[in-house]
Design a protein around this ligand. Structure first.
Ligand code: FCB
Length: 441
């Protein structure tokens, strides 16, 4: 990696990201059961039916992990609090041990000169709330906002930023329509309701946090570039529908107070009654917008009911999950987000990185040259966007550690630090050392 910190505007922040269920070890510290535990226990959902019970055991090894962050020379750490650790039943009684853990974590970050960037929801919905409809239940707006207030009341005085719900598309579409993430539904009505309630919960929590005096509040969306596989008008339409569902529904709701027509075609009959009057809450102003970006998809038309598209494998190099590497998409999204949705609002790349088959070599190193190239190419794309006047203010690598990669279990490695899931030993990969060196320059 040839870049230097000085290649970026003054004050540009570099960070690393993780999430609670993926690293902490949910069996420890009084955390409640989550819908990911239920999903993983259902055969066929997760590789080897693995769950987050132990994960990286960050709950006990957090000091070592914060030292690793510090050694990487990053400025910010994007982490999440687990709803089920803080409120094992989702509502009601607080698990004091859980809040104490996050309190120590935040102090540990500050002691190491790192800015804490909090995400309130990175997917570990308490099972008790899933039992009563989870994201399909409109009441989740209040459950979520109450949880947000409890967390912020404890650590809000020391964190640098707070984001509401990580990746609404995954929480809504991937989990209720595709069925690939918890709760594993494949139901259009559940999807429409979940997608709308995610935004309602986001807006309700933003308003409440603001009313309690908190600032630097953001929204984080994952975006995937959608391109037609060929010149056929039907392929173009398919790509536009995919783009609307993936990239325009949540941005449209939050920043324009409207859903794209291409979505209403399919989802309008299933949206909850009176959905239009929720936009006043959904558009509650935020202070920044985060974009998680990994890949693109090629689309063709498909037979069958809406949305009638299918993904077609493309020719570009892929990561170990099979996602194509397409840095241009990051540049184009940053430009488009400013132009069409966020104007002068600061943008952050809140996640970017790649999965690779990283092996620990006999000499104790991990040679992940492909990851270094991936990061460098995406940072170039960020710089190009900045040169065009897009206010990109920071970049976070996904992830600090190899961790529980959801439906892929522990098989897919995204970390700058290798984790041996038998011994839990951490080994910084070559990309870690290269990043640390670049951020010193
Ligand atoms: C994102 C998730 C994150 C991780 C990366 C690879 O969609 O936010 O938890 O799984 O993908």
């Amino acid at each position: 990696m040839k870049f230097a910190r000085t290649d970026f505007p003054e004050g540009f922040l570099f960070g690393a990201a993780t999430s609670s269920y993926q690293i902490e070890g949910h069996a420890h510290g009084g955390a409640g059961r989550t819908h990911w535990d239920d999903f993983a226990a259902t055969p066929g959902n997760v590789v080897r039916a693995e769950d987050g019970a132990m994960a990286c055991d960050h709950y006990h090894r957090w000091e070592e992990d914060l030292d690793l962050l510090q050694g990487m020379n990053v400025d910010v750490y994007r982490f999440s609090t687990s709803w089920a650790r803080v409120l094992p039943e989702g509502r009601g009684t607080v698990n004091a041990e859980g809040l104490d853990f996050y309190d120590r974590l935040v102090d540990g970050l500050l002691a190491r000169g790192l800015k804490p960037a909090l995400t309130l929801y990175h997917w570990e919905l308490p099972s008790t709330l899933a039992d009563i409809g989870g994201w399909r239940n409109r009441e989740i707006a209040h459950w979520f906002s109450d949880y947000a207030d409890i967390v912020m009341d404890r650590i809000g005085d020391r964190i640098w930023s707070v984001a509401t719900i990580n990746e609404p598309w995954c929480v809504g579409w991937l989990s209720h329509f595709v069925g690939a993430h918890a709760p594993g539904l494949r139901d259009i009505r559940a999807t429409a309701r979940a997608m709308h309630h995610i935004l309602l919960a986001h807006g309700t929590a933003v308003q409440s946090m603001r009313a309690h005096g908190h600032g630097n509040i953001g929204a984080v969306c994952n975006l995937e570039w959608a391109a037609p596989v060929d010149d056929a008008p039907a392929s173009k339409n398919a790509a536009e529908r995919y783009d609307a569902i993936y990239n325009r529904f949540f941005m449209g709701g939050m920043f324009k107070g409207a859903y794209p027509d291409l979505i209403l075609e399919g989802l309008e009959p299933h949206l909850p009654e009176g959905w239009q009057s929720d936009f006043e809450t959904i558009t509650a102003p935020v202070d920044w917008c985060g974009i998680n970006y990994y890949t693109r998809s090629l689309l063709a038309a498909a037979d069958g009911p809406w949305p009638a598209y299918r993904q077609v494998p493309g020719p570009l190099p892929r990561n170990s999950i099979g996602w194509e590497t397409y840095p241009q998409g990051l540049h184009d999204f940053l430009v488009r987000t400013q132009d069409e949705y966020t104007c002068d609002l600061p943008l952050y790349v809140t996640e970017n990185g790649m999965a690779a088959n990283d092996a620990l070599l006999p000499d104790g190193t991990v040679d992940d040259a492909d990851r270094q190239a991936f990061i460098a190419e995406h940072l170039d794309a960020v710089r190009d966007a900045i040169a065009k006047g897009v206010p990109v203010k920071g970049f976070f690598l996904w992830s600090l550690l190899d961790n529980y990669e959801w439906a892929y279990g522990y098989e897919k490695r995204f970390g700058a630090v290798h984790v041996d899931f038998e011994t839990l030993k951490r080994t910084p990969k070559n990309s870690y050392h290269a990043l640390a060196a670049a951020l010193r320059r």
